[in-house]
Design a binder for this molecule. Structure first.
Ligand code: NAD
Length: 505
C-alpha cells in the first residue's frame, strides 16, 4: 500500500466535531499520487442514531424561526463560501482529483442553490381564496417535514450536498448528511461554515459512513425524507427501502448521455463541446457526454478529423499543476474499472481510435490517471455503450438517420441528459419534444438547469416523484396544509348534512 502519514477525520454533530467511535475507518486517496492521505471514520448504527436524535431535538426550535431569519443565515453562508472558495476547492481537488478551476465551478453551482434558498420567504408563500363559500375563506401553507437526510456521491462533494441541505434547512427542516466516504472533507467544511453563518447547533449534522450508516437513515422512523444522488444500483435500493419505511425519497442516479450531431451542425462548436463534456472532470459527471451519435458517415468522419488532434493535445495532470486540463479518476479501483471497460470495448470489436490505458504523468507514476479515450464504430449491444463507465471514455455511434438516432436514445435505460447539435430549428424542436430524457440541450452539451429550475432525469436516472433543488426542492422538503375557515360573525348556514359542492361544509 502506497501510504503517507494519515490523520483520521471526524463527524460533525450538534455544531461540533465528533470523533468516530465505531473502530471502523475507510481510506481517502489523493488520486493524483495514488497515496492514502487520510482516513474517514465509518459510523456505527448507534452513532447515526445519535445524529438523528440531535437533529430531531433541534427541529421544533428551527421550524419556529421565521423564514426571513433563516434566509439571513443563508446570506451569511453565501458570503462565507465566497470567502473560503480557495480552501473549499483545495479540499475537493485533493480528494477527488479534479482541477481547481473545475472544483471552483462546481462550488459555484452549489452556491447558486444557496442564493436561491435566500429567497425562501417568497418561495414558501401559500395561496389564498376568499369566500369559497358564504363567509368561508381557504388558504394553504407549506410546512417542514422534520429530520431529512442526504446521501451523496463522490463526484461532486460540494455541489451535490448543496443541492440538498440549503433547501431543506431554509424550508425549516433539520438535516443529517452522509457524504461519500471517498471525499468527505469538503462537506465537513461546509457544515462548519454553516455554524459560522449562525445556524443553530444540531440543524445540520454530517455523519461519515458506509452501508451501515445509510441503512440506519433509511429505516429510522424519525427520518422523514431521503435525498440520494449516486449510482442506479444503489439508488434503486435506497428508493425501495426508504419508501417501504414510509419516507419520502428522491433518488437521482446514473446516466449515459448522448450527444446527437446532425449533418448541418457547426463542427468546431461540436468539437469544443465534446472536449469539455466528455473529458471535463475525467468523465466523472452524471451529465458527461459519453456517447456521440452522428447522423451520416460524413458527419462522423468530419468530427473525428477535428476531434482527434484536440484529444491528443489534452493536458492530463494533477490539480497542483495549474496547466492541467484533466485530472485523474478518483481511486486506483476506479482506474482499474475504467481500464477494464476499454479492454472490453476492444474485445467486443469497437475501433479504439485513442487508448488512454497506461498513461504516465511525470512525477505522478502511481496516480489514478486514465488518458482521454475514443472508440469509433460502437454498436448498441456493446457494454461500453450500455453501461455507465464514469471515466474519460467516449463512444462514437454512427447512425444512418435522425430517426435511428432518436430511437437509440429513447431505448437506452438511462434518461438523465442529452443534447442535439444542429442549425435546424425544426429538428431541434422535434428532438426536444420527442426525446425521453429529463434535461435536453440544443447546441448546449451539458444542459444542467440553474438553481431556480430543477435538476432531474427520467427512466432509471431518477426514482421518485421530485427532481432536486429549485421549485421541486421546495415541494420535496415541505408538506402542504390547506385551511378552510369561518368565523362566528360570518354568515351562518346552520347544520349541513350533505356534502355540498362549493366548499360549504
Ligand atoms: P455510489 O452509488 O457508489 O455511492 C453513492 C452513495 O451511496 C455514497 O454516499 C455511498 O457511501 C453510498 N453507498 C454505496 N454503496 C452503498 C450500499 N451498498 N448501501 C447503501 N449505501 C451505499 O455512487 P458514487 O460512485 O459515489 O457516484 C457516482 C454515481 O453517481 C454515478 O453513477 C453518477 O452518474 C451518479 N450521479 C448522479 C447524479 C444525478 O444527479 N443523477 C449526480 C452525480 C452523480
Amino acid at each position: 500500500m502506497n501510504r503517507a502519514m494519515t490523520t483520521t477525520l471526524h463527524h460533525y454533530v450538534g455544531g461540533r466535531k465528533v470523533p468516530g467511535e465505531s473502530g471502523r475507518a475507510g481510506d481517502i486517496y489523493n488520486p493524483a499520487t495514488g497515496q492514502v492521505i487520510r482516513q474517514v471514520p465509518l459510523a456505527s448504527q448507534a452513532e447515526v442514531e445519535a445524529a438523528i436524535a440531535t437533529a430531531q431535538e433541534a427541529f421544533p426550535g428551527w421550524a419556529a424561526v421565521p423564514a426571513g431569519r433563516r434566509a439571513q443565515i443563508m446570506f451569511n453562508f453565501r458570503d462565507l463560501i465566497r470567502k473560503n472558495m480557495d480552501r473549499l476547492a483545495e479540499s475537493v481537488s485533493s480528494e477527488h482529483g479534479k482541477t481547481l478551476d473545475d472544483a471552483k465551478g462546481s462550488i459555484t453551482r452549489g452556491l447558486e442553490v444557496v442564493e436561491f434558498a435566500c429567497g425562501i420567504s417568497q418561495l414558501l408563500k401559500g395561496e389564498y381564496s376568499e369566500s369559497v363559500a358564504s363567509g368561508v375563506d381557504s388558504w394553504s401553507m407549506r410546512q417542514p417535514l422534520g429530520v431529512c437526510a442526504g446521501i451523496t456521491p463522490f463526484n461532486f462533494p460540494a455541489m451535490v450536498p448543496m443541492w440538498m441541505f440549503p433547501m431543506a434547512i431554509a424550508c425549516g427542516n433539520t438535516f443529517v448528511l452522509k457524504p461519500s466516504e471517498k471525499d468527505p472533507s469538503c462537506p465537513l467544511l461546509l457544515a462548519e461554515l454553516m455554524t459560522e453563518a449562525g445556524l443553530p447547533d444540531g440543524v445540520l449534522n454530517v455523519v461519515n459512513g458506509d452501508k451501515e450508516a445509510v441503512d440506519t437513515l433509511l429505516t429510522d422512523p424519525r427520518v422523514q425524507a431521503i435525498s440520494f444522488v449516486g449510482s442506479t444500483k444503489i439508488g434503486e435500493y435506497i428508493y425501495h427501502t426508504g419508501t417501504q419505511h414510509n419516507k419520502r425519497v428522491q433518488a437521482l442516479c446514473g446516466a449515459k448521455n448522448h450527444m446527437l450531431v446532425m449533418p448541418d451542425a457547426d463542427m468546431d462548436q461540436v468539437v469544443d463541446a465534446v472536449m469539455g463534456a466528455a473529458y471535463g472532470s475525467a468523465g466523472e459527471r452524471c451529465m458527461a457526454i459519453s456517447v456521440v451519435v452522428t447522423v451520416g458517415e460524413d458527419t462522423a468522419d468530419q468530427m473525428m478529423e477535428k476531434l482527434l488532434p484536440r484529444v491528443e493535445a489534452l493536458k492530463v495532470g494533477p490539480y497542483t499543476d495549474l496547466g492541467s486540463e484533466m485530472g485523474p479518476v478518483v481511486t486506483p479501483e476506479a482506474r482499474d474499472r475504467v481500464n477494464g471497460y476499454i479492454d472490453k470495448g476492444v474485445e467486443e470489436g469497437a475501433t479504439l481510435v485513442r487508448d488512454g490505458r497506461g498513461i504516465q504523468v511525470a512525477g505522478h507514476e502511481h496516480g489514478c490517471f486514465v488518458g482521454a479515450t475514443i472508440f469509433d464504430n460502437v454498436r448498441t449491444d456493446m457494454s461500453i455503450y450500455t453501461d455507465e463507465i464514469f471515466g474519460p471514455v467516449l463512444s462514437v455511434v454512427r447512425a444512418d438517420s435522425y430517426e435511428d438516432a432518436v430511437g437509440m436514445i429513447n431505448d437506452h435505460e438511462y434518461g438523465n441528459g442529452t443534447a442535439i447539435f444542429t442549425r435546424d430549428g425544426d429538428a431541434a424542436r422535434d428532438f426536444s419534444h420527442r426525446i425521453q430524457i429529463g434535461m435536453v440541450g440544443v447546441n448546449v452539451p451539458i444542459p444542467v438547469p440553474l438553481a431556480f429550475h430543477s435538476f432531474g432525469g427520467w427512466k432509471r436516472s431518477l426514482f421518485g416523484d421530485h427532481a432536486i433543488h429549485g421549485p421541486e426542492g421546495v415541494r420535496f422538503y415541505t408538506k402542504l396544509k390547506t385551511i378552510t375557515e369561518r368565523w362566528p360573525s360570518g354568515i351562518r348556514s346552520g347544520a349541513v348534512f350533505n356534502f355540498r359542492a362549493g366548499g360549504e361544509h
